[in-house]
Design a binder for this molecule. Sequence first.
Ligand SMILES: Nc1ncnc2c1ncn2[C@@H]1O[C@H](COP(=O)(O)OP(=O)(O)OP(=O)(O)O)[C@@H](O)[C@H]1O
Ligand SMILES: [Mg+2]
Length: 507
Amino acid sequence: MSEYILEIENLTKDFPGVRALDKVYLRVKKGEIHSLCGENGAGKSTLMSVISGVYPKGSYEGKVFFKGRETSYHSVKDSEKEGLAIIHQELALSPYLSIYENIFLGHMKTRLGIIRWDHYIKESQKYLDRVGLKENPDTIVSKLGVGKQQLVEIARALSKQVELLILDEPTSSLNDDESAKLLDLILEFKRQGITSVMISHKLNEVLQVADTVTILRDGKSISTWDVKRDNLTEELIIKDMVGRDLTHRFPERTSVPGDTVLEVKNWTVYHPEYHSIKVVDNVSFYLRKGEILAFCGPMGAGRTELMMSIYGGSYGSKSEGEVYINGKKAVLNSTKSAINAGLGYISEDRKNLGLILIQDVKTNISSSSLDKISVFGIVNGQKEIEEAEKYRDELRIKTPSIHQLTRNLSGGNQQKVVVSRTLMANPDIFIVDEPTRGIDVGAKSEIYGILNDLVKQGKSVIMVSSELPEALGMADRIYVMNEGKIKGVLSHEEATQEKIMSMALVG
Ligand SMILES: Nc1ncnc2c1ncn2[C@@H]1O[C@H](COP(=O)(O)OP(=O)(O)OP(=O)(O)O)[C@@H](O)[C@H]1O
Ligand SMILES: [Mg+2]
């Protein structure tokens, strides 16, 4: 048999108005970790969906060989039977079912027509051990964080005797610690003979685990590298991804912060269900005009909860404390009052809080600014189109048209729509929660450039970021949080990765 477990020849896939894949070639060796890199909209997820049968035979041109045989899958079920499993960019578990039900959903066997639940609970424990998830198999999945949910998905793949595991941006919603564990797990699978294909925008992680890297650009396979033999670097990957050199990942900015625009005093927030638990505990901080603040800390430190509770009480059963905007006490008891007070929020969770996926791009961009483009309550369609076109250009949103349904955009381009919407609403204070999650390196530096322009115009930005280089590169001051408390604050000049991490732990 050939040394390749997966071979793709001359693959072309069209959507109305878009050629998502254009004569792609890809060969994945048996037992290796193969990374797929490329800008947002390059075609990575589409390629994986073709391989795994999400897009059935007949909906694309070209050939896919798995284990030496040409495939003709009609659904994901067909590819699963042959030992292929895909973990999608957006997790696909049933949130209200238990861990073990999710692991065995759709492939439970019955004996005399009866499902042996106890058998499956025991069996699922075996897979939870293999992925290192210490949770009771009975636990309802929605109670788990994203990192753990991801492990459940992987446990599910293992339960189906996976030979080729496809992971679409597996670490994009994980913190450093969780990411490291996941990468270790993929390496462990490699020792067990499982082949992995990993899509990622985190190039340091790619270089850390991958044996081979293939780069896609505009739907075409550009190059394939042997990481060790070719001494592959991030710069080389970026060059093939964007087709040019990218010099400034964090554009320069001279910062001259003015008066305090936002001050939060003794802010405490209680858990939405367990009313006595403090998720945010007596937090105080301030933000000046023309300043970028970053909030760092491990997952679960309370950063998102802090920001969402300030943003009109969008999180928590109750919050205590005071918020001052431009020196005046503000009562922010609804999202509307927060918007009126000049706040804008870019959510980390585009699926649940961000976008209306069944609506088109322009409607999503304008949805927070209808008053700006309406006369007597009627939306001026022409104005709406002009504004949407402007952001499509500025952020290079990849879509055949602004009338495209948002769900048809690639993950990173959906995130750009979220960013556009808040930019158009034009608040004085931007709260951006993981603004560049799932966004490629080129578009990232464009978003950083936009944030810099905003503060130059006198706006202020609060950034919640799990990427320390981003916080270090962008922020004037960094607040470090853990366990709901602020553990310390560092200026741009004094901040280092080590200081942030040790502050989070020790305080
Ligand atoms: N169902 C669809 N209908 C129409 N166009 C689509 C559909 N799915 C994907 N596309 C388009 O195909 C192209 C490739 O998208 P794909 O999701 O594969 O990109 P990607 O490389 O995974 O990007 P990202 O890094 O943002 O996740 C994009 O231009 C996208 O808008
Ligand atoms: Mg994708």
